[in-house]
Design a protein around this ligand. Structure first.
Ligand SMILES: C[S@@+](CC[C@H](N)C(=O)[O-])C[C@H]1O[C@@H](n2cnc3c(N)ncnc32)[C@H](O)[C@@H]1O
Length: 219
């Protein structure tokens, strides 16, 4: 008898279900990407440091927002960029974002960032996306992001020391319960960078970890 191995559900279906069933909260919203995308205590300092970074460039940057979610963050950044390309795997969410947010320099695409070719640009934003993906999925993204000059990465990680990159199945949860979190510079990803700077950190109450934003400059 052959042993049956359980195949995880495709990430697209998982993310669709998260939004349909409001698994990240926000029942009163049509689409809700979680408190990390809405709590002013978390998003205001984030926006401040990212806007400051974007404004340091005389020629505004082309930004690709990978896993843009409900766009409660991205909507504040578009005017500080030359072009803002926002992508997400959830088709209905992209459709809704296209209707709600219309600007000359803004484009939305429904893409799976692990499988599809990513749009060209100067800078990518990956905010609380990789934390939900398996190591296999993250590896596929990491191979593509070195093509960009800047990577602004935000990850929810444990407080204090932790074992980086314990594997999970792509979905609603993150590695926190296993006292782990994503660190792209560590195995199995080993992202090679020229420079890095921590832009900000928000410490959650009740030992729920911290949300850290780092900018990596690629070679
Ligand atoms: C927690 S939300 C964060 C949304 C947004 N970055 C923010 O900070 O407000 C994670 C988002 O990543 C998207 N996502 C997950 N896997 C993806 C994939 N393979 N390709 C594109 N988007 C993906 C989800 O659909 C979801 O909208």
């Amino acid at each position: 008898m052959t042993k049956k191995t359980k195949k995880p559900w495709p990430t697209k279906n998982v993310m669709n279900q998260i939004y349909e069933m409001h698994l990240w909260g926000g029942n009163q919203f049509d689409f809700y990407s979680g408190t990390g995308s809405h709590n002013p205590k978390i998003i205001d300092p984030y926006l401040k440091v990212v806007i400051t970074f974007l404004e340091t460039h005389k020629k505004p940057l082309v930004v690709c927002d990978l896993g843009c979610g409900d766009f409660n963050i991205g909507k504040h950044l578009t005017k500080h960029t030359r072009k803002y390309i926002a992508v997400d795997i959830v088709e209905n969410l992209i459709h809704r974002n296209k209707n709600l947010h219309q600007e000359d320099n803004l484009a939305f695409y429904c893409l799976d960032i692990t499988k599809d070719v990513l749009p060209p640009g100067d800078c990518i934003i990956l905010r609380q996306v990789l934390q939900h993906l398996s190591n296999n999925d993250i590896e596929k993204v990491v191979k593509k992001i070195t093509a960009y000059k800047y990577i602004i990465l935000t990850e929810h990680i444990p407080l204090g020391n932790f074992v980086p990159n314990k594997d999970i199945i792509s979905g609603q949860g993150i590695r926190l319960k296993q006292n782990s979190g994503v660190n792209l510079l560590e195995p199995p990803f080993n992202l090679k960078i020229k420079d890095q700077q921590q832009l900000g950190e928000y410490i959650l109450e009740n030992n729920k970890g911290r949300i850290v934003t780092t900018i990596y400059k690629a070679f």
